[in-house]
Design a protein around this ligand. Structure first.
Ligand code: AMP
Length: 394
């Protein structure tokens, strides 16, 4: 059974209930600081409106209010931005369970309704059946375009599929993400090089294990590299490196394809996160220093591997890139990927922030909107939210 997409459903005169990922970053004053996630939802929203729907009921979460109403996580800035982009009123409800919603949906003058933050209700993340049933009662048709939350079994992404058999479909962003990730999991063109970085091995152990089988080389940078170096007997000084991660790294180094793992050979270090940068031309890091970026020799080795690759997957920065002293490795990888002629996919999270910072995001073939979701998709070949959309649930 193939997954249906929004352009395969009849939306005319229908009440269309659509789940998006409007989880955008906000400034302390409540201004949206990066509208990417909303902008990427616009093609699906516009398509639904142009298909002649009766009403469009939008749903999303924002931040982690943990089941409580917290004003700072209101979707109000999203409603304002959407109204601006669409040139139409967007009515924000008091809450997703407001008794007035049904009446609102009968009024002629209301076309677009945005339900207030779903995570103001603990039932959302608890995948509660009754909550999903109430949400489902607002629409005739269900569209899911929230790739960034498709790895979660939540009421609005998972349980809700119990109520829309044959009347559910993915949005265009979901389609774009699935098409891009399929290039990585279904016979990636070789050489296939994966670059992983960031801070914690435990978060990425499963993907490393599954990637080791299909990649030609697996580059490990960032703080993730230190547990591997320590596991190999090198000194890592004061670098971020938990004992648990060293144990995980030891296990990975015993993998039958462990020889594909490529680690740093030099480092940029400092006394502390705020300290001055210093280059160490050695794999070992002195006892009183912490590694904060890959060194120039390492960057050259990594870029050499990247050069000529036919498929490149990147997840996680090469160092503390938020600090300009320690961003050379990360920006260097972004640069090398942007000039490679192979297929380039940046897999969400901090590496997306890094490619945006480098101004090279548009040079990548695909920049995923979901960090955890894209990693889980590569590991498992699908996601709970996508499976439920495809097959429904009982
Ligand atoms: P992750 O969420 O696991 O992808 O980790 C991303 C975070 O790891 C970013 O905030 C980076 O600044 C941080 N990071 C990467 N390398 C280092 C390092 N060598 N030392 C400290 N933090 C690092």
């Amino acid at each position: 059974m193939a997954l249906k997409f929004v352009d395969e459903l009849d939306l005319e005169d229908k009440k269309v209930l659509a789940r998006f990922d409007f989880n955008v970053p906000l400034s302390p004053e409540g201004k949206i600081t990066d509208t990417t996630r909303i902008d990427l939802a616009l093609p699906t929203i516009k398509f639904i409106l142009e298909a002649g729907c009766d009403k469009l009921i939008l749903m999303s979460h924002l931040g982690r209010p943990k089941g409580e109403v917290k004003k700072e996580f209101s979707l109000e800035p999203v409603a304002t931005y959407l109204a601006d982009q669409l040139g139409e009123d967007v009515v924000l409800t008091e809450s997703a369970t407001d008794r007035g919603i049904k009446t609102l949906l009968e009024l002629n003058e209301t076309k677009i309704v945005l339900l207030e933050n779903l995570r103001f209700h603990k039932e959302e993340t608890a995948n509660d059946h009754e909550f999903a049933k109430l949400l489902a009662s607002y629409g005739d048709v269900y569209i899911n375009d929230a790739f960034g939350t498709a790895h979660r079994k939540h009421a609005s992404t998972y349980e809700i599929n119990a109520f829309f058999k044959g009347n559910a479909a993915g949005g265009f962003l979901l389609k774009k993400e699935i098409d891009a990730l399929s290039k990585i999991i279904n016979k990636p063109e070789k050489p296939f090089i994966a670059i992983t970085g960031g801070a914690k091995v435990s978060d990425k152990i499963k993907i490393i294990e599954s990637l080791l089988v299909s990649v030609d080389s697996l580059i490990v940078g960032g703080a993730m590299a230190y547990p591997f170096l320590k596991a190999k007997g090198y000194k890592v000084g004061k670098s971020l490196c938990s004992d648990d991660d060293v144990e995980l790294a030891k296990k990975l180094l015993m993998h039958q394809y462990a020889s594909k793992i490529l680690l740093p050979v030099d480092h940029i270090v400092s006394d502390s996160v705020e300290g001055n940068p210093e280059t160490i031309n050695d794999v070992n890091i002195p006892e009183d220093k912490m590694g904060l970026d890959i060194g120039p020799e390492t960057l050259a080795v990594f870029c050499n591997k990247i050069d000529g690759a036919k498929t490149l997957l990147w997840n996680g920065p090469m160092g503390l890139f938020e600090n300009a002293h320690y961003s050379k490795g990360t920006l260097g990888i972004a640069q090398a990927m942007s000039t490679d002629t192979g297929y380039t996919l940046v897999g969400g999270g901090d590496s997306v922030a890094a490619v945006k910072k480098s101004g090279l995001a548009s040079k990548m073939n695909h920049v995923s909107t979901g960090g955890g979701a894209s990693l889980e998709y590569i590991e498992s070949g699908s996601l709970p939210g996508i499976q439920a959309l495809k097959f429904g649930i009982n």
